[in-house]
Design a protein around this ligand. Structure first.
Ligand SMILES: Cc1cc2nc3c(=O)[nH]c(=O)nc-3n(C[C@H](O)[C@H](O)[C@H](O)COP(=O)(O)O)c2cc1C
Length: 548
């Protein structure tokens, strides 16, 4: 495809959209499909009379964010929630008429108005299965700009200026990683997109891939150009069939239009993307384990250095970034690195996508500028805690993260402040807990996850997580002593400092953070044989003052 053809394609699609007076958009991302949005879409398509078919288009689109209220449907500028197939005739009748009051969803509510969308700018607007929709939304313009107007070094410079940090968890500066791979040994290099997303409560990457797959492919191709790689892999877990299906389609479409493949935009740059399906092991999200898995070996980590940037896939320099990291690239190139650096805080630039889950009114997916406070996220955007209950803590960063108590609600969200509070940004899972949660039980849940997901390669993680889990079980069932508590604390230190990879090194984090802020709950289980939240079944016989 030539740049002129790309522009022509975009204008044609925009004109088509403009010429259709009515647009009905139905969310067909996994969350809404689980509440039968596909049937809603079918009913809407079938319900259009031949006359209306000329003036109204029904499209499946990506995630609109408010997953809890799905299926979400927008009819022109009006948003509807909890729509069923039976509502289709009424919605169709409402075209240019009075909206259907009983299904209205307030699109001006803080949930929508307080967000800032960069990564999710097309989600809920474009049809993820139609490449022309992506092109009409300025898709592949950034790739063309990179190839036609910039040297690889200039692309790296813009990514560095943007201040973008990896969204997969550790927050490593993306520009620095790209420059390292670019400077790596000449010859074959690779780009890998890490779409393993194994944290409990996290669904950001899945949603981006289901809602706007071309954005990730475009980011990967730009990365390939910047670092000198002609081959990309997307490592995605088999539990994400819809994302896999849409990615396969998107790759085929981009290849058909020669936006991926050989000699892109008639240049000497070629870039191919293939999928690699993972079996769903948490440790396979760790970069060296992921690389081993792509190589056909057992997915276990290896010590670093060497880092993948120097010696990765088949020993070659390899760039590995998260889905959301790649999804930020096209807008950075389109608008310039300084534009991106103008959003967020001093050290954490841009926006972050979070998956809101747990005891929060608006469960779903949000994107906020770095620097807004936890209170704004949980109470304004998230709508607060349901059923009149009291906020207790928010767990960020999944099994590698920690629980943040009420006293930090006014803390601005960025990498540094979350770490200072004893947690991490992680990949963006945010699980809100109210006063019915027992924090020891929460720590036990995450430890059980790490214990079962430990690959077993190193002793501290293989044995340590089992021991830690055992101690937590003793505390929650009321059989632990104060000695067990000291052992728990010591073992956390040991597992953290001696494990081979990030899984073991961070597995103690949920315990350490709950011990830091909620020690009285540990003490109540041990000394009073009482679970303050009434969650744990204390089984100690004849204990004084036993109660639940
Ligand atoms: C146990 C473990 C699991 C991980 N899982 C993921 C994952 O699912 N997705 C991801 O992008 N990064 C994951 N990471 C981080 C990756 O190792 C790596 O740092 C990341 O993909 C780099 O991309 P980024 O710089 O864009 O964040 C995991 C790390 C560990 C230790």
């Amino acid at each position: 495809m030539t740049p002129e053809e790309l522009q022509e394609q975009a204008e044609k699609r925009r004109a088509e959209q403009k010429d259709t007076p009515h647009q009905i958009r139905v969310c067909v991302a996994a969350g809404c499909i689980s509440t039968q949005s596909d049937q809603v879409k079918e009913a809407l398509v079938k319900g259009l009379s031949p006359e209306l078919q000329k003036t109204c288009q029904v499209n499946g689109v990506g995630c609109m964010g408010l997953c809890k209220e799905g299926p979400l449907v927008s009819v022109d500028d009006t948003l509807y929630k909890a729509v069923s197939a039976a509502d289709a005739p009424e919605l169709i009748n409402s075209l240019s008429q009075t909206p259907v009051q009983r299904l209205l969803c307030d699109s001006k509510a803080p949930f929508f108005s307080r967000q800032k969308k960069i990564v999710l700018e097309n989600s809920g607007k474009i049809n993820p299965e139609v490449i022309e929709d992506y092109i009409a939304a300025d898709g592949y313009v950034a790739l063309h700009k990179a190839l036609a107007e910039m040297t690889p070094l200039q692309v790296n410079e813009q990514v560095t200026i943007s201040g973008l940090r990896g969204r997969g968890g550790a927050g490593f500066p993306t520009g620095l990683k790209w420059s390292t791979v670019a400077k790596g040994a000449a010859g074959q290099k690779y780009v890998i997109c890490n779409a393993d997303e194994g944290d409990p409560g996290a669904f950001m990457d899945r949603s981006v891939l289901e809602s706007d797959p071309h954005r990730v492919l475009e980011g990967m191709a730009i990365a390939g150009y910047a670092v000198g790689a002609n081959q990309g892999y997307i490592y995605i877990r088999a539990e994400y069939p819809l994302a896999i299906q849409r990615l396969k389609l998107a790759i085929r479409q981009a290849e058909r239009l020669e936006l991926l493949g050989k000699n892109i935009f008639g240049t000497t740059f070629s870039f191919h993307v293939e999928l690699r399906i993972g079996a769903g092991a948490f440790v396979c999200g760790e970069e060296t384990a992921l690389i081993a898995s792509i190589e056909g070996k057992r997915g276990t980590p290896r010590p670093r250095p060497p880092f993948p940037a120097e010696s990765g896939l088949w020993g070659r320099p390899t760039l590995i970034n998260n889905v959301e990291t790649f999804a930020n690239i096209a807008p950075i190139l389109r608008n310039g690195g300084s534009w991106f650096a103008g959003i967020g805080t001093e050290k954490s630039k841009g926006t972050k996508v979070f998956a809101l889950a747990g005891k929060i009114t608006n469960t779903g997916l949000i994107e906020i500028p770095m620097g807004i406070t936890l209170r704004e996220i949980i109470f304004d955007i998230g709508g607060g805690i349901p059923d009149g209950r009291k906020f207790k803590a928010v767990q960020t960063g999944g099994p590698s993260g920690g629980c943040i108590p009420e006293q930090y609600l006014d803390m601005p969200i960025d990498y540094e402040s979350l770490a200072k509070a004893g947690s991490i940004m992680g990949s963006g899972g945010m699980i809100v807990m109210d006063d019915t949660s027992c924090m020891v039980d929460v720590a036990k849940f995450f430890m059980e996850f790490c214990m079962t997901e430990s690959c077993g390669k190193c002793v501290p993680c293989r044995v340590g997580t089992v021991q830690l889990h055992g101690l937590l079980c003793r505390i929650t069932d009321g059989t632990a002593t104060m000695d067990d508590l000291s052992q728990l604390e010591e073992l956390c230190d040991m597992v953290r400092s001696t494990s081979l990879c990030g899984l073991g090194q961070t597995a103690p984090n949920p315990v350490v953070s709950t011990l830091r802020y909620f020690k009285e709950e540990y003490l109540a289980h041990i000394q009073e044989k009482r679970c303050l939240a009434g969650v744990c079944k204390i089984t100690v016989p004849h204990a004084a003052g036993v109660s639940r």
